[in-house]
Design a protein around this ligand. Structure first.
Ligand SMILES: [Zn+2]
Length: 296
């Protein structure tokens, strides 16, 4: 009996953490800028990202967001979008395209509910978008719940055009929720190595992409109602990732928007917390299957 009461108390505590705090959403727009393979230690050690570093001074941030295991791409993009780890989502590999076992939950579209699924449930008419360079992204977002889908070349030639398109689209369409997912610096890491001069050259290039989108939002009429999230799926080392080492596990998470307290986030942040942060910002219903927390 004692165990029963403890279980009920624990459940109530968890639910109080993950249920939306109020009926009024804190933001009308959430824009996620995701950079594949962006290692937290690389951001710590570089002066090649002046725009992002300046933005962090006005943001809540950490460079030690923890990926889920394995520290592989699709498994972590899925956790970011789905608010739960691979044991729940069934996305367990670098290239998972569907749940490899029965997922803990299914949304109206048939897959584990994502932030886009929940946004569509809460706001059936809302404009939402996903732009990507790596095709693997489209399998983890629930495309049945997204208004605008665009792919860009997976090469370096796709980086700045995607940033320009993301900026133009965001200002024009004012989406409730958008994920813009670059396939860099992961590409550079796999070919030339993480923490190499070429990797830092790429970070400088990606800093321009961040600047393009963030400045467009800041100069638009949605600036006062937008939360911008900058993050990654995993880090890396040598020319690889997927291992159980700090350099693969830790990545940046930057939260920038009105009302966000500036400073380093001191509590542990997990990959699946990002979905819950999005849900809290937009006032989305949080499925019981999610495990993230949203407090910073
Ligand atoms: Zn990746």
């Amino acid at each position: 009996m004692k165990k029963f009461f403890l279980a009920v108390a624990a459940c109530a505590a968890v639910l109080s953490c993950v249920s939306p705090k109020s009926d009024a959403p804190r933001y009308s727009h959430v824009i996620i800028l995701g950079f594949d393979g962006f290692a937290g230690a690389a951001l710590d050690s570089t002066d090649r990202m002046p725009f992002l570093k300046g933005l962090m001074e006005k943001s809540a941030w950490t460079t030690r967001k923890r990926s889920i295991l394995p520290t592989s791409s699709a498994a972590n993009w899925a956790a970011m979008m789905m608010g739960a780890g691979p044991e729940a989502t069934g996305y367990t590999q670098w290239d998972s395209k569907t749940s490899v076992f029965t997922p803990a939950d299914r949304g109206p579209g048939g897959m584990f509910p994502t932030v886009f699924t929940q946004c569509r449930i809460a706001y059936p008419e809302a404009e939402t978008a996903c732009f990507w360079q790596w095709d693997g992204i489209k399998y983890v977002v629930d495309t049945t719940a997204i208004s605008t889908l665009r792919s860009f070349p997976e090469s370096e030639e796709g980086i700045q055009p995607m940033a320009a398109a993301a900026a133009e689209y965001t200002v024009r369409e004012k989406p409730a929720l958008a994920l813009f997912a670059w396939d860099f610096p992961d590409h550079t890491g796999h070919t030339l190595g993480w923490y190499t001069p070429a990797y830092y050259d790429m970070l400088e290039e990606l800093d321009k992409a961040v600047e393009t989108v963030v400045k467009a939002v800041e100069d638009s009429e949605i600036a006062d109602s937008t939360l911008i999230i900058i993050t990654t799926d995993h880090g890396g080392h040598a020319t690889w990732h997927g291992n159980e080492v700090d350099s693969d596990l830790f990545g940046p998470l930057v939260l920038y928007g009105p009302g966000i307290p500036a400073g380093e986030i001191r509590r542990p942040v997990y990959q699946y917390d990002i979905a819950s942060i999005v849900a809290d910002a937009l006032g989305l219903p949080v499925p019981a299957s999610w495990r993230g927390q949203f407090s910073i």
